[in-house]
Design a protein around this ligand. Sequence first.
Ligand code: PEP
Ligand code: MN
Length: 337
Amino acid sequence: MIIVMRRQASPADVAGVVARLAEIGCEAHVSAGQFRTVIGAIGDREVISTLPWEAMSGVEKAVPVLKSFRFVSRDFQEEDTVIDVGDVSVGGGSFTVVAGPCAVESREQLLRTAEAVSAAGARILRGDAFKPRTSPYSFQGLGEEGLKYLVEAREKFGLPFVAEVLDSRDVGLVSSYADIIRIGTRNMSNYSLLAEVGRQPKPVMLKRGFTATLEEWLNAAEYIYKEGNHQIMLVERGIRTFETASRNTLDITAVPLVKTMSHLPILIDPSHSGGKRELVAPLARAAVGVGADGMMVDVHPAPDTAKVDGAQALLPSEFADLMESVRALAGVLGLKT
Ligand code: PEP
Ligand code: MN
């Protein structure tokens, strides 16, 4: 049940509802929005739904939850979630560009890329120290050494960075270095890992599982939210379909749909979806047009020698060209980049 308070409800009204929920053995999640407070009631549905909530002081309405996810739903929070990472905001009327190499391969490779993407206008750096590889014999990432290079790049170029975490045992480590911690497509349904990142303080970037429905994806976000971390951004990165001409099929439709279903910001990854360099710019421009809150792009100073995902990486000069057209499109739509 979601209990929506009136605009004029007082703190005592809110406290009254919370106390009533406690009396019947239920948990209350209070979300104080800009205009009104909304209380999520968790507990036995039967017990909660029999009480006359709307008769209580300050209550506007009590809405039963029909969806399997609740706190990340638009019903629970009407306004868009905006996530602040340093002086960068994700969501709420901007198109935020995240860029960098798929994997941190060396100090030099990372610093060169970070300098180039920063000069071209990216606001957040990407680069992974832990890589989920299909083959156990492929490059797995530099681990903590890679995180240290990312910190150096942040200090030199002033870009906060996002890095993937693969294992619950590394959450504390990655969180102690990174500004945003990422859950990749393969781990979207790793519920213990989701709960673990929900218990650390850094914002979380949650990629869509390549076989996940939107409802499954939003339930994965709910696992994180429920643990207390409400700073979650979603990334549509393509799903598996019968089509083999592209690496994955970018589900453009997911963006406007997710926006009706959830208040969380949603970005597009035009690199991992198409899987080919020549598809990145058109898909990136589609991301602006469809109303995404940003995009995350693979950039590498020498894609031919990349240890991971070279085929989809843009050269720094190609990324700079793409940024020009993205900025122009975003400008037409009144979005900050
Ligand atoms: C990535 O962004 O580097 C990555 C591994 O993406 P995904 O989890 O979407 O495959
Ligand atoms: Mn990759």
